[in-house]
Design a binder for this molecule. Structure first.
Ligand SMILES: [Fe+2]
Length: 327
């Protein structure tokens, strides 16, 4: 779908010239001869960008911008002034009204195209950032919902999140990646929303059939996160693969060794450590040293042996142990 631009100017020659220039660049252009005409067009149209002259009879560019900003469906549409008025007062007034850019007449075709493209790119980048933020907040809400539903979890999610970041940091991962690791740790069991309460909260061991149902949670969680795959790839991979095993006997894809995404290998270690170390309603925890022993025994079969080594180094630190017991 080409971007739609509303072009407003009372000079017919300029309007047709600029319109042609933008159409040749692949934009869809709707024209208006003054502010009133533009407002009429905006009744049925939400353009990707408005380019408007300032000095026009009747409703001028300033007035048009002010009215556009009162309309909820138009308030985020970027707005460029196209004007011969490059005096300070006009620029100041435009800025105070929140105009995004100025293009001073006479302008070249290249200048117009450049201004339009860069403003659209900026608007798109902002849109992506807003969408990502909204998704992240939604994810955190979902994580809280899971936490309150699953009676065992208690502080499990907080501890797993703290330990995952500590282990990632010890492995030399970037801060940007660690932020995704934090989120991944919070939502890694997101897919449990589809597991019936009777299975999720069952005290004691699962039957093979119940275990099969339980195992669907990692792929189900990944399906829920599909729209986020490109925005938060680390989170997506952690959710899908946190039950893979280093020997290839895990699920859902039976990946082995380094073919398992590293964030999933990390979450697997920390998640298992926490589950073994701390008590659940139906069984005692083995404590941190007991859990550390189990993990060492399973290095190379269940867990990545190199990551286990780094994790053991962390566990030898009294500060780390104090942090997780407080976590
Ligand atoms: Fe899980």
């Amino acid at each position: 779908m080409p971007d739609t631009i509303l072009l407003v100017d009372d000079n017919p020659k300029l309007l047709s010239g600029a319109s042609l220039t933008l159409e040749m660049e692949g934009f869809q252009v709707v024209t208006a001869v003054n502010g009133y005409d533009a407002l009429q067009k905006l009744e049925d149209l939400v353009p990707d960008l408005i380019v408007s002259d300032i000095m026009m009879p009747g409703c001028d560019g300033f007035e048009l911008l002010e009215i556009v900003q009162t309309r909820p469906n138009l308030v985020t549409v970027p707005f460029i002034f196209l004007t011969a008025l490059n005096d300070d007062a006009s620029i100041k007034r435009g800025k105070s009204l929140g105009v995004d850019d100025y293009l001073t007449k006479p302008f070249s075709s290249d200048g117009l195209v450049q201004a339009v493209k860069s403003r659209l790119e900026r608007a798109r980048a902002l849109q992506t950032a807003h969408t990502s933020r909204a998704y992240i907040q939604m994810l955190q809400l979902l994580a809280r919902a899971i936490e309150s539903r699953d009676s065992y979890t208690g502080r499990h999610i907080e501890r797993v999140s703290g330990m995952s970041q500590a282990l990632g940091r010890a492995l030399g991962w970037s801060e940007e990646k660690l932020e995704q690791v934090r989120l991944a740790a919070i939502v890694h069991d997101l897919g449990k929303v589809i597991i019936p309460d009777a299975i999720l909260n069952k005290p004691g061991r699962y039957t093979p059939e119940e275990y099969d149902v339980m195992k669907t949670h990692s792929a189900a969680g990944a399906d829920l996160l599909e729209p986020l795959k490109d925005i938060l790839p680390v989170v997506y991979l952690a959710v899908r693969h946190h039950h893979e095993r280093y020997d290839g006997k895990g699920y859902p894809d039976g990946l082995a060794g380094k073919a398992i995404p590293e964030v999933a290998r990390l979450i697997a270690i920390v998640d298992a450590f926490d589950a073994i170390a701390y008590a659940r309603p139906y069984r005692e925890g083995m404590g941190t040293s007991g859990a550390a022993k189990v993990l060492t025994q399973e290095a190379g079969s269940h867990f990545d042996p190199e990551m286990i080594k780094t994790f053991q180094t962390l566990l030898a630190s009294p500060t780390f142990l104090r942090q997780i017991s407080e976590g």
